[in-house]
Design a protein around this ligand. Structure first.
Ligand code: BG6
Length: 494
């Protein structure tokens, strides 16, 4: 059913995120009838631009990044008419009063009832100020809901995240704050709950009695690209682990929610994040967390420079571009089951996968007693392929007692004509509908920072090794040692 009207405010309208993700997402929602005709978009950024120029930029971004490029069904002029641009200096509350007038005008023009979604695709330093100016500029008064969508990073550590949260909470209630973790918008991440809880094959086995370990890999081939300024102050721990990696652990480890509603699901995730075992000493960090930084090397046949030689990166930088860690979830279900995570830039492939390795069966009772049995695996393929596969042991045809692992593969993204919505599309749609299930609540964010802060603190002391790994490799050897010590290995990523 079409949504009631919404006015979308895109702060950071000339930025990369808006271009790559937000405009294509708005376009897909529109094209699929999920926005109806009752919407308008105000693009906001500092630099002056006419409406026509802005619409041209939006068009370009759709041509380049949309999953409907060169769309023959599109009625471009009708779509473009919903977009307006206004130059805004976020320091100046006067500009916000102007913005209020523009907003009221657009609401009258498009028959909107006052629902407003403020999307802050901005540097986090500006979140608090923008929130206050929205209120003081009169943009939060009147009919309809007012929601704010906030991009990561949500703070730099627990302390700064707390301060940031307080600033935003001065203006918005928690229920109206939508903190983005775009991994939660991915099809297969949302599918974890269904695979786990809706299948008799898995639901009863999902615990320490049957699962040996869980491995989560998120690898990228790109380096720091042109984001050196941001990334060199952040590193993989803050950029990937604090949010995406820990959120994936939460989805894998959470208890079944008692009701299928947003708050119950988020309660269960928060409980997992609160149960993460905090590393108690620098020594424990050194033992359980490996950090690396890429040197030069070749990725997909192309020579690439070392991290320290990248633009806007300090030539003596000790920022990590790779993290592997052994994470324990201290609750009853997961006692003794390691969650291994690894993420890095300049690795051989771009891939996100979650592998569940099951415990072995008593081998004396079957024909394979002379053979080492491979464990059963359940693999969630999140990206670039979407699907699951299961590795089971079967008899090799035509032999007596020779067992081979065979894969049962369901490749969802291989289905012809299957053009799944992008994460941002789903999340934007959810925010407009008021469904916050796949956004991170404050308690989740704060528990996650409490976990990573211990690591960051230990790393701020020089005695902790920073391994250099060759670009195009799977990271430092120490990341293999992490599992080998426990008698496990990283399963190859597809
Ligand atoms: C972002 C990080 O949150 O996630 C980036 O800031 C990273 O550094 C990106 O490249 C990875 O997302 P995806 O969806 O491409 O796996």
């Amino acid at each position: 059913k079409p949504l009631e009207g919404t006015l979308l405010f895109i702060f950071g309208a000339t930025g990369d995120l808006a271009k790559r993700k937000l405009y294509p997402a708005i376009y897909s929602l529109y094209r699929e009838g999920k926005l109806s005709d009752k919407f308008a978009v105000i693009g906001l950024a500092r630099r002056p631009k006419t409406n026509d120029q802005f619409r041209e930029d939006v068009k370009q971004s759709i041509a380049e990044f949309s999953r409907y490029p060169n769309d023959e069904d599109s009625d471009w002029p009708a779509f473009a008419a919903h977009f307006e641009y206004m130059s805004l200096n976020t320091n100046d509350v006067e500009g916000f009063r102007e913005l209020e007038k523009t907003a009221v005008g657009l609401e009258a023009e498009f028959g909107l009832s006052g629902n407003r979604l403020f999307y802050l695709a901005l540097a986090p330093e500006l979140f608090g100020q923008v929130a206050h100016h929205l209120r003081d500029g009169g943009l939060l008064a009147g009919n309809g809901w007012k929601r704010v969508v906030i991009e990561k990073p949500f703070g730099y550590d627990l302390k700064s995240a707390l301060a940031l949260n307080e600033e935003i909470r001065n203006v918005f209630e928690e229920k109206d704050i939508y903190r983005i973790d775009h991994y939660l918008g991915k099809e297969m991440i949302q599918n974890i709950e269904v695979i786990r809880f809706a299948n008799a094959f898995f639901e009863p086995l999902w615990n320490r009695h049957h699962i040996a370990n869980i491995q989560i890999t998120s690898s990228e081939t790109v380096g720091v690209e042109d984001r050196g300024g941001y990334y060199d102050n952040s590193g993989a721990l803050r950029d990937m682990v604090q949010n995406h990696m820990l959120q994936m652990i939460a989805m894998m480890a959470m208890e079944p929610p008692s009701r299928n509603v947003s708050e119950d699901i988020r309660d269960e995730k928060a409980k997992v994040l609160r149960s993460l075992r905090l590393y108690g000493s620098h020594e424990e960090v050194a033992q359980h967390v490996i950090r690396g930084q890429y040197g030069s090397g070749a990725v997909k046949g192309k020579n690439v420079p070392a991290y320290r030689d990248e633009e806007s990166v300090n030539p003596a930088s000790t920022t990590e571009t790779f993290v592997a860690a052994k994470v324990m979830v201290d609750n009853n279900r997961w006692a003794g089951v390691p969650f291994y995570i690894r993420t890095g830039k300049r690795m051989p492939v771009k891939s996100t996968e979650i592998v569940v390795e099951f415990k072995g069966v008593p081998s004396a009772t079957h024909k394979a007693q002379q053979h080492a049995l491979e464990p059963n695996l359940l693999v969630f393929r999140v990206n670039p392929m979407e699907g699951i596969y299961i590795k089971i042991n079967a008899k090799k045809p035509g032999t007596d007692g020779v067992l081979v692992p065979v894969a049962m593969d369901f490749c969802q993204s291989c289905q012809v004509g299957w053009n799944t919505p992008e994460a941002y599309e789903r999340l934007l749609h959810d925010a407009i509908r008021g469904d916050s299930t796949y956004f991170t609540r404050w308690d989740e964010v704060s528990h996650a920072w409490a976990f990573t802060d211990r690591i960051a603190e230990a790393w701020s002391h020089d005695e902790q090794p920073l391994h250099t790994y060759e670009a195009g490799s799977w990271g430092p050897d120490a990341a293999h040692g992490l599992l080998a010590r426990d008698g496990f290995k990283w399963w190859p990523v597809n």
